[in-house]
Every structure is written in structure tokens, then in C-alpha cells.
Design a protein around this ligand. Structure first.
Ligand SMILES: NCc1[nH]cc(CCC(=O)O)c1CC(=O)O
Length: 329
């Protein structure tokens, strides 16, 4: 998908649908995929509008800039200013509180939500040498790494997915932990030397899911409905259940919290109907990885918000707030 792909040129009176995106390799890859799908269903031209924020140009740590929210705000400002019609985010980077004038019009089918170890020489968490250096900017991943291997030297890194991978290629680090989804989307799945399984290594809430936002005013209803056609109910239910736990804990994407939701479908021969059950597992870790609390909930897939609320109550009752700085959202 390029900004002016002739394959997507359709004669019509409508101006092109403008899709706002960050300019990182990952953002362009995932927005391009969504642009292709929207062009197909919209029957009209689409164009990408690149939005650069302070977070993309500054070398300061992400935390000092106010977290990943800096990227999100720039996109939302452009959407509200009518510089674009749709914006595409990684759902896990979206703060959990709602914003006036904006709706999540679609959460498309989710990519693999597992984290991945990308180590030199094909190594795994088990085979990395004693004291090996592993890079991550995420407190959750740091805590999970130290829980598995307290001897590791976990280094705080930031930058785009390609920059992070580069630190392993050049020998600066022995390994980095990244999201499988991002690696797949930028076409680098071969860099993965070990998938970290969700039952022992829960992901960030919403990891692997995208969120497409539109304006919620009357005039934008047509666009919201159009974008809504690429919503995936399973992705929405699981990703929003995971985010509800994060919101209930009043935690942000930088908190050492992993939440994984999954749906299983069974056919009931008595009622001749399929039942969809939802499982949510939430873990809060201490920053040093030495302590963790995990709670799980199983129920009907349309009771995700209630399940998430119950988990939050149980986690807090078990002392989650004392275990880790959940922080402000
Ligand atoms: N915070 C950066 C970020 N936001 C979304 C992804 C990956 C793609 C996804 O989770 O959908 C990444 C990179 C990473 O965590 O490795």
C-alpha cells in the first residue's frame, strides 16, 4: 500500500478517505494493511496522513514525555481538527479512559498477542548465559524476565522495533523482548528465537490488537459505520476485557500488569446453539519480579466487564496495589 496506489483509485464524488498514522515502520505497516481493507469496502480512494509527534522526534525517555500517550494525543488532535477521518493505533498504547468526540469504530482481527524473545545465536530464556543483557522499556517485561531469570541484566531501551532489534544484531545486547505482532507486521518474524507463552507470560492488555478511531459527531456517522465493518467481535471482547482490568486497577500501559483473555466456543447439542466462554487471567508483578499475584475468571463472553471488575477486586484484595506502582493512567 502506497499513498497513491492506482489499484485503489475509484471514480467517485467522494474525496479520499484520509487515514492518520504515525510514521514509524510498524505504524506505516499496520496502517497500510487497514488502508487496503478500508479501500476495498469503501469503494473510494484512501490516503495516508502522516502525523509526527514530539514523541517521535525527542530522544528523551518515553516516561519523561508522559508515556506512549504522546503519540496517541497527536493523532487524536489531528482527527478532531479534521485533518484526517480515521486514525489507527496499537490498542495497547491507547490510554484506557474515553475521549470526548472520539469512538473506537473498529478493533480488527487480532494478531498473535504473545511476547517474543529475540536473542543472538538462536538462544532462549533458558539458554541465555548467566548475567546476559536483555533490553526492554516495559516494566512488565522487566519483571517477567527477572521472575524467570533473576541473574539477567535487564536494560531500559527505547526506540522503534527495528532500532531495538538492531541492538541484538550489533552485539550491544544479548536479546530484546518485543511483541510478536509488531515483528510479524514489519516482516521480521525470523528474528524471534522464542515465543513466550501466555499462560506463563501474559501480554500487555490489548497487545496484538489495533484500534481504529473516528469522530463521534453526527456528520461522521457514515465513516464510523464504514470502519465498523472491519470490527472483529472476538478481538473486541478479548481486548476490551483485558483493558477493563487495567482501567479497574487504575493502571496505565507502563504498569507491571499482564492480562490475557481468550474465547472458547463449544457446541451444545441440547440447545443446538454455540456457547462462547471467556477466560481472563490477570497478573500483577513486583518490579523486581520476585512476587506476583495471578487471578483468573471464567464466564460467558458477554460478561467480560463484570469478569474484569471481579478480577480487579480480587487482585486488590490480595495486595496488588502494595506489590507494584500501578501509577496513574
Ligand atoms: N509500545 C510499543 C508498541 N506498541 C505496539 C507494539 C507491537 C504491536 C502490538 O502490540 O499490536 C509495540 C512494540 C512492542 O511492544 O514490541
Amino acid at each position: 500500500m502506497t499513498e497513491h496506489d492506482p489499484a485503489h483509485h475509484v471514480e467517485s464524488v467522494l474525496p479520499p478517505l484520509r487515514i492518520g498514522t504515525r510514521s514509524s515502520t510498524l505504524a506505516l505497516a499496520q496502517t497500510g494493511m487497514m488502508a487496503d481493507r478500508l479501500a476495498e469496502i469503501a469503494g473510494r480512494d484512501v490516503e495516508l496522513v502522516r502525523i509526527t509527534s514530539h514523541g517521535d522526534t525527542s530522544k528523551a525517555s518515553l516516561a519523561s514525555l508522559g508515556g506512549t500517550g504522546v503519540f496517541v494525543s497527536a493523532l487524536r488532535d489531528a482527527l478532531l481538527a479534521d485533518e484526517c477521518d480515521v486514525i489507527v493505533h496499537s490498542l495497547k498504547d491507547l490510554p484506557t479512559e474515553e475521549v470526548d468526540g472520539i469512538v473506537i469504530a473498529a478493533i480488527p482481527t487480532r494478531e498473535d498477542s504473545r511476547d517474543a524473545l529475540c536473542a543472538r545465536d538462536g538462544m532462549t530464556l533458558q539458554t541465555l548465559p548467566l548475567g546476559a543483557s536483555v533490553g526492554t522499556g516495559s516494566p512488565r517485561r522487566r519483571a517477567q524476565l527477572l521472575a524467570a531469570r533473576p541473574d539477567l541484566s535487564v536494560l531500559d531501551i527505547r526506540g522503534n522495533v527495528d532500532t531495538r532489534l538492531g541492538k541484538v544484531t550489533t552485539g550491544e545486547l544479548d536479546a530484546v523482548v518485543l511483541a510478536t505482532a509488531g515483528l510479524v507486521r514489519i516482516g521480521r518474524p525470523e528474528a524471534i528465537t522464542q515465543h513466550l507463552e501466555l499462560d506463563t507470560w501474559p501480554c500487555a492488555p490489548g497487545q496484538g490488537a489495533l484500534a481504529l478511531e473516528t469522530r463521534s459527531d453526527e456528520a461522521s456517522h457514515g465513516i464510523t459505520a464504514l470502519v465498523g465493518q472491519i470490527d472483529d467481535i472476538g478481538a473486541r471482547v478479548t481486548a476490551l476485557a483485558e483493558r477493563a482490568v487495567l482501567a479497574g486497577l487504575e493502571a496505565g500501559c507502563a504498569a507491571p500488569v499482564g492480562v490475557t483473555a481468550s474465547i472458547s466456543t463449544a457446541f451444545n447439542a441440547d440447545t443446538m446453539a454455540a456457547t462462547h466462554s471467556l477466560r481472563i487471567a490477570a497478573t500483577v508483578l513486583s518490579l523486581d519480579g520476585q512476587r506476583q499475584i495471578t487471578k483468573t475468571w471464567n464466564g460467558a463472553s458477554d460478561h467480560g466487564p463484570e469478569g474484569a471488575a471481579l478480577l480487579v477486586t480480587e487482585l486488590l484484595a490480595a495486595g496488588a496495589a502494595a506489590l507494584a506502582p500501578l501509577g496513574s493512567r
